[in-house]
Design a protein. Structure first.
Length: 197
């Protein structure tokens, strides 16, 4: 069983949880800082997850709140970062702004037990997994996703689920990195933000 201490960085989706349940999940995993990777840190349906209210709630639990939506958010402002009106995670990952955000995450990790946060419950439905965690894994970091029941799924298992969704997990002789890249691309096309154009 994987524990939080086996991993360099965690991720979580706030979903529709109560503030108390959300904080309890973070505390159980030993999180001391949240890196909010939402492009717009606001929730009309769950206002306790809006940036200011969340920061205040986390502060009361001795958890720092770090906004990263400008550099690591899933809704780019630049129209060139969309393909057929869908956010293109591969283009986004190649930008200097995104790489600077990853560098800042690395710096924050030296001072805190960090957890990336977005809204979606399922990691495979969110850019925190399909874009940010993928890029951090590429930098050699071990990641895990805090699931709604409090278990921590190692990113390697999340990638196996991704391959399963893509129907690419049973090819014993194929090039796994190529299959995984195709699976990431296909999933991103399904769940990434659409432009407002």
């Amino acid at each position: 069983m994987t524990t939080a201490t086996d991993l360099d960085v965690l991720t979580i989706g706030h979903s529709n949880q109560s503030a108390d349940r959300f904080v309890a999940l973070l505390q159980d995993a030993g999180v001391s800082a949240i890196a909010d990777v939402r492009s717009v840190p606001f929730s009309r349906r769950f206002p306790w997850f809006s940036g200011r209210k969340l920061a205040a709630r986390l502060q009361g639990a001795d958890i720092a709140y770090l906004p990263f939506g400008d550099t690591l958010g899933g809704r780019p402002r630049d129209p060139a970062l969309y393909c057929d009106e869908v956010a293109d995670y591969e283009k986004m990952a190649g930008t200097e702004e995104f790489r600077a955000g990853l560098d800042a995450i690395g710096d924050a990790m030296t001072r805190a037990r960090l957890c990336l946060m977005c809204a979606e419950r399922e990691p495979l439905d969110c850019h925190r997994c399909l874009l940010v965690a993928r890029a951090l894994k590429g930098r050699g970091l071990a990641l895990g996703h805090i699931l709604i029941d409090g278990t921590i799924e190692p990113h390697a298992l999340t990638e196996e689920r991704l391959l399963g969704h893509a129907g690419a997990s049973d090819d014993l002789f194929g090039d796994r990195p190529a299959r995984l890249a195709l699976a990431y691309r296909a999933r991103a096309r399904k769940v990434a933000a659409h432009s407002k154009a």
